[in-house]
Design a protein around this ligand. Sequence first.
Ligand SMILES: Nc1nc2c(ncn2[C@@H]2O[C@H](COP(=O)(O)OP(=O)(O)OP(=O)(O)O)[C@@H](O)[C@H]2O)c(=O)[nH]1
Length: 301
Amino acid sequence: MNQELHTVLPELAHQSELLIAMFDQHDILRYANPAFQEVFAVRLDGSMSWSAMVFESYTTQRGVAIKTDNIEQWIASAYSRRGKLPFRAFESDLTDGRWIWMTETVQENGWMMCIASDITHLRQDGRELRQARDQALRAAQTDMLTSISNRRHISQIIQQAIQDMHQKSMSLHVALFDLDHFKNVNDSFGHAAGDLVLISFSRRLQACTRRDDACGRLGGEEFILCLPQLTTAQAVQVVERLLEDVRHDMALPDMPDFRYTTSAGLVQLRAGETLEQVIDRADHALYQAKEHGRNRLVWLD
Ligand SMILES: Nc1nc2c(ncn2[C@@H]2O[C@H](COP(=O)(O)OP(=O)(O)OP(=O)(O)O)[C@@H](O)[C@H]2O)c(=O)[nH]1
């Protein structure tokens, strides 16, 4: 890009009526033009993540009109779809009554550009139908209890990641988690308490993911994490940190002394390996973690 474009592009973005924002690979907001700043609650000092921006916008009734009484669940669900494709576009209502067409473009290095245009003036024909379709699609991808990706969605994401990694000969690690003695939690404290533990674990699991990682609930008390482009030492560190985090998790607010643990199995994708094969090996590692006393990670080469 020549020098003139370097100057002109930011100036145009600054004066544009389009809502323009950039997030870095850690999902920290790094740029927002005045039109974007007018709509969302933003801080541009490098300290605001996407989820913090959504949360603060929600609590100050700005940004996207979010109809939920549980914003954390809403964010968890939205985050499970965020940045998983090089490009996506969707409609959103704003709290100020406008209606926008939001696009997200993700670069290979993880930076994301968000551009939204005001489409309030467009005909409303079919809008409800489109919204119902989007809602149905989201529901089909989301685990109802925990709001993270369900088995089908996470399998699609990992399948895609496997293809990408094979093409680029990059590394990909897959970790399986199974909460320990979870039946005892249900039996001792009730099914509702068990549900709270599953939700709490999901939050911790999601909190340890970068945007190009992905996690989901496979079913019951079994979860999966997909970590692209890390060395095995780094992947082990991520999982060990999560296990340690979980050991201190006060998942049941009414029982501050309650603690739970999880076992984990970690493997690295081999050349030519399929989703089923890599999950099989991770399951084998997980089985060993259970056999060797639970509350631990087993990594298998
Ligand atoms: N509360 C709640 N419990 C669930 C859910 N899905 C599965 N479970 C329970 O999870 C428990 C799983 O128990 P087991 O497979 O015997 O395993 P475990 O007790 O965790 O023992 P280990 O895995 O060997 O450490 C069962 O009691 C299921 O009923 C759910 O959505 N909510």
